[in-house]
Design a protein around this ligand. Sequence first.
Ligand SMILES: *Cc1c(COP(=O)(O)O)cnc(C)c1O
Length: 365
Amino acid sequence: MNYPLVDLKAEYMVLKQEIDKAIEEVLNSSSYILGPNVTRLERNIAEFIGVDYAVGVASGTDALILALEALGVGAGDEVITTPFTFFATAEAISRVGARPVFVDIDRKTYNIDPMLVEEKVGEKTKAILPVHIFGHPADMDPIMDVAEAYNLYVVEDACQAIGARYKGSRVGTFGDAACFSFFPTKNLGCYGDGGMILTNNSQLADQLKMLRSHGSRKKYYNSILGYNSRLDELQAAVLNVKLKYLDCWNIKRRELASRYNNLLGNCDVTKPFSDPNVEHVYHMYVLQAEERGQMVDYLVSNAIGTGIYYPLPLHLQDAYKDLGYRVGDLPVAESICERSFAIPLYPELSIIGQLLIIDKIKSFF
Ligand SMILES: *Cc1c(COP(=O)(O)O)cnc(C)c1O
């Protein structure tokens, strides 16, 4: 693959000296789990996003599970979410014993359609879980209005959107809690698994700190049942190095996206939409094409990486057969799953590389 979908090695080569040094310091410190690097990262990210508390955990998936559990979401509850996301979003709802209720998406932003949320609110609804998909913030104002009207929690799945802004504020500042992932390919990624929960609620932060470490505040005294879901020092040290560059990287991503948007002008593809109220961080650059299969095959045969996000919406997954959804229930999400595909976009992608990718897409048409 001459032009892979993402190139993690390219990023490492740029930061090698700084990262190697940070890793070596951790190795020499003999403090490997929940040490000073994690504490510093929690402080840095809380400040970067603009919230009071941050709790580092083992993954973005765990961030979602722990956030829902700490808010008391569990058996018998329903959580309203989007079917057009990575499986972990709904999986976390199910893992705490609640039931995901899927709402169709907006055909431009691919995020949960806020106008369809209220009609799904019922007696059992406990929370809304919007996802800021591909780095484009969900339309939070109407979502928060419904949450307020019906006294529901809001948990943001911001795993793909760290740094993005909605009406001037970073995503992660709107809900009762917000969940982030540091999976290597995310806009801020580590070299393994990692995640974080952000909140302005001190009691919730305290509960989350217990949950991530066996329900214990004081070692060998366990107040509640918890998990082993901690962020380790090596990953936190790497993330502390990378966080300094995140805003620059996100600007680069927007520049690359805008070049794609301009130069793919006449091609018969639907380009990603960016609402004027938001600052998109383009975790993925996702196009839609009628003849997606041929398009993807053509690009791959020309050594250009592609990815399909997502081939099957969550309401039609085998794991959710029991929820009773059928083909046609959420038509927008289903039609986008048949047409969408991502092309390479990462901060280190060169202009020459990008122009070649654009040329190939044009020559397909
Ligand atoms: C990556 C991702 C997750 C899960 O994060 P992990 O760190 O891989 O567990 C959850 N939701 C969304 C939308 C994601 O993109």
